[in-house]
Design a protein around this ligand. Sequence first.
Ligand SMILES: *[C@@H]1O[C@H](CO)[C@@H](O)[C@H](O)[C@H]1NC(C)=O
Ligand SMILES: *[C@@H]1O[C@H](CO)[C@@H](O)[C@H](O)[C@H]1NC(C)=O
Ligand SMILES: *[C@@H]1O[C@H](CO)[C@@H](O)[C@H](O)[C@H]1NC(C)=O
Ligand SMILES: *[C@@H]1O[C@H](CO)[C@@H](O)[C@H](O)[C@H]1NC(C)=O
Ligand SMILES: *[C@@H]1O[C@H](CO)[C@@H](O)[C@H](O)[C@H]1NC(C)=O
Ligand SMILES: *[C@@H]1O[C@H](CO)[C@@H](O)[C@H](O)[C@H]1NC(C)=O
Length: 571
Amino acid sequence: MDQTPRCRCKIWLVLCMFFICWYFMIHNAKWYSLSSPTTAFRHPTPPIEIIDSNQKTISQNTNTGNVDDQEKTGEIDWLHDVAQMQALEKELEPVLKKIKPKPEKKMKNMNNETVIEKKTKTRARTKPSCSGRYIYIHDLPARFNEDILDDCRSFSKWQNMCPYIGNSGLGPNLGNPERVFSRSGWYATNQFMLEVIFHNRMKRYRCVTNDSSIASAIYVPYYAGLDVWRYLFDHNISSRDALAIDLAEWLREQPEWKKIAGKNHFLVAGKITWEFRREVDEDEEWGNKLMLLPEFKNMTVLTIEKSPWHSNDFGIPYPTYFHPRTDNDITEWQSKMRRRRRRALFSFAGAPRPEMEESIRDEVIEQCVASTKCRLLQCSYSNLKCYQPVDVMRLFQNSVFCLQPPGDSYTRRSTFDSILAGCIPVFFTPGSAYVQYLWHLPKEFNKYSVLINEDDVRHKNVSIERVLSRIPARKVSEMRNEVIELIPTVVYADPKAKLERFKDAFDVSINGVLDRIRNVTKKNSRFDFDERFSWKYFLFGSVEKHDWDHYFRYSMNQKVKQADAEANESR
Ligand SMILES: *[C@@H]1O[C@H](CO)[C@@H](O)[C@H](O)[C@H]1NC(C)=O
Ligand SMILES: *[C@@H]1O[C@H](CO)[C@@H](O)[C@H](O)[C@H]1NC(C)=O
Ligand SMILES: *[C@@H]1O[C@H](CO)[C@@H](O)[C@H](O)[C@H]1NC(C)=O
Ligand SMILES: *[C@@H]1O[C@H](CO)[C@@H](O)[C@H](O)[C@H]1NC(C)=O
Ligand SMILES: *[C@@H]1O[C@H](CO)[C@@H](O)[C@H](O)[C@H]1NC(C)=O
Ligand SMILES: *[C@@H]1O[C@H](CO)[C@@H](O)[C@H](O)[C@H]1NC(C)=O
């Protein structure tokens, strides 16, 4: 009885040795950078404790003191640790899967008939009818888009944004420095270039029509965010509102508008909704009033941060640095992220908000600095360079959790960078993602993220480290898998891309738009709920009392005013 298990164990070892050798041969270079037993694990005092889900599962499965010792010193004897071998095999799974189909291909090539048959079959499957999906693109005068790009010098006072317009809005090519990214598809994309990227994707959308009478939706390619960006500082409200009012008038005159009062029109605004919701006509107030104009209230507006208290805007992901061209670009990146060894339990990249009374950033940074398991990439106004894509992506790839506290507003581009890096996002209010990206992120938010109450952080009543390190390794691993599965859904593919298997953020947004327009153009369709509760209505389908009500007590503008009032009181 004793003999058989030991014997099996030996066969196991031989098999695993074979795996290692084979893996070593095909992935020679990557092996060292990923999980080299000699470099990383023999490090006597790792600067940051190595937290790895696989390791944790080991200590659960094999109750030997041996493993505990190994965990403490960071030394692992790879060739004699069966559990590690199992972990390794798990890591190899995606590679194995990728290798296996090859012989099939050869067989197909020998027989021309099957090749042709399969090709036509997949084509038929991936090219469904455009019925109900036709989109007409308004041919706007250049002042609403192209001319705004020519004015790129005036977008930012601090930085020349013109290079970021290049490559269809993707920005300068990043290459693959230090192998942090993958072979191709990486650009220094600016977070506010979505309007340009989306427009270029729309031009190549499969079901574009020049016949508006058969279109299910009408796209208005106005660069709303880039327009207002030029005037956010040092400009009076009339210059901020001018083009929005101009467009409203232009649209109203079109035959397409008159049919159903613009209900089938949509627009992409690549800045947060608060730039477009100025409620008072005073020069000191922020932004323009685009979203409050009656024309835009009838339209569907897609934006990188929506208002939880209004029903005409819908959140879609910020653009990230990755813009794949093929399905393979995506699967390759996903398996790279699955294999990553993540040495930090959690990390934070961002700047404090000293001027914002109720910001929890200071508290978050303090907790990160105090923890040996946290890595901080602190950005300040004097150190703008810290936002190098390569540094941010490297940090997130090395972290299990990525903290996403609100900044100037609820949402952050960083959330999507962390998903892209397979790092589980940690939110402090449901306003940061759960009520925002309803089309792109699963409603079961605890499958892919962690929510820590911002009030608890503010009142120093919670240890982020303790919360995160108490999550069982198995759960962490499941969450990470979910996050990695989300990658295609939150990236915007290169406008020249040909994705077949995956739907990217653009495809998902188009589905959402068509669905939404179908709903609002239905006869006798009426939203019979108080618009202020739209966050609840859209997320839960009801406006009843909810645990999250306290997160959404005030509108953002009221919140800012409230903060001012409190600051005055305490003075
Ligand atoms: C198979 O197809 C290739 C090119 O598609 C062609 O050159 C070759 O002659 C074909 N072979 C047979 C057996 O039909
Ligand atoms: C659409 O384009 C086709 C070909 O370019 C043209 O023949 C047709 O008249 C156009 N239809 C409309 C409504 O402009
Ligand atoms: C707003 O500013 C523009 C140019 O900066 C100026 O021409 C215009 O007169 C100003 N309007 C008002 C109402 O102050
Ligand atoms: C918006 O739609 C309503 C009907 O729901 C219509 O009465 C109104 O005139 C429309 N507004 C504009 C500016 O077309
Ligand atoms: C702190 O947290 C504990 C447990 O979550 C809770 O019972 C307590 O009321 C909180 N205290 C404050 C001041 O929020
Ligand atoms: C459209 O209506 C359907 C069914 O009532 C609903 O499930 C869906 O969430 C709605 N979509 C939007 C974008 O409002």
